[in-house]
Design a protein around this ligand. Structure first.
Ligand SMILES: Cc1cc2nc3c(=O)[nH]c(=O)nc-3n(C[C@H](O)[C@H](O)[C@H](O)COP(=O)(O)O)c2cc1C
Length: 204
């Protein structure tokens, strides 16, 4: 009952869904495609386990989208991994995430990536309380993406892109941003065609 009330409150706080329309597509030659793919990186965070609308999932929703992007474009990946939320039920995770956001905490993550090799960076994560999870902001603090082409994406349950694009833009005023993409988390398993359509509109 408490979970239901909480999830309803959470949904009420969510901003309107942002639909993502595909623009005209320019077909790249195989050569161009290879060149772009060689320089693209997908940086993402995704939480497997107990979650809203999909219950307990073995593979996080955003990871599925990140994998579609790599499969279609050949982009490399860097997953932002933290074990801070391992095994947590949905409700306590929501509380913790809200607390982290309020306090502006920057939880550490594992490993690193050399972003100097990449010109284009897809940045993706779930929407948590209207924006990307705080651990992604730790990555943003550690990596200067100014001068890069950034392509944001989110998975969500009602907020669409939330304030993710604005929040990343504010951090990197000298980056170029391309059309962002959002998809409902509970749709990703049947959502490859939507991802494909979005990437096509970007020239992939
Ligand atoms: C802590 C937490 C906060 C969330 N906050 C929101 C939100 O503000 N807006 C929204 O649309 N969905 C919200 N959700 C739902 C997730 O964005 C959605 O389930 C997403 O697809 C999860 O992706 P993942 O499996 O890659 O982590 C939240 C989920 C969690 C666990």
């Amino acid at each position: 009952m408490i979970k239901k009330i909480f999830t309803m409150l959470l949904m009420l706080t969510m901003v309107g869904t942002t639909a993502c329309s595909a623009k005209n597509s320019a077909t790249s030659s195989d050569n161009e495609k290879k060149q772009v793919a060689g320089k693209a990186l997908v940086v993402y965070f995704s939480h497997a386990g107990d979650n809203y609308a999909v219950e307990n999932i073995k593979v996080g929703n955003t990871k599925i989208v990140a994998d579609y992007i790599s499969e279609i474009t050949g982009a490399h990946q860097f997953e932002i991994v933290t074990h801070k939320y391992d095994g947590m039920a949905y409700k306590p995770l929501c509380d913790l995430a809200r607390d982290e956001k309020t306090k502006g905490e920057l939880p550490p993550y594992e490993g690193n990536v050399d972003i100097s090799k990449y010109e284009t960076i897809f940045v993706g994560g779930p929407v948590w309380w209207g924006t990307y999870p705080q651990v992604m902001f730790t990555f943003f603090k550690n990596n200067d993406l100014n001068g890069k082409t950034i392509i944001p994406f989110t998975t969500h349950e009602g907020s669409g892109l939330g304030s993710c694009v604005e929040d990343v833009k504010a951090l990197y005023p000298n980056a170029t941003f391309k059309e962002a993409f959002s998809i409902y988390g509970h749709d990703v398993r049947d959502g490859k065609a939507q991802v494909q359509q979005w990437l096509k509109s970007l020239g992939y």
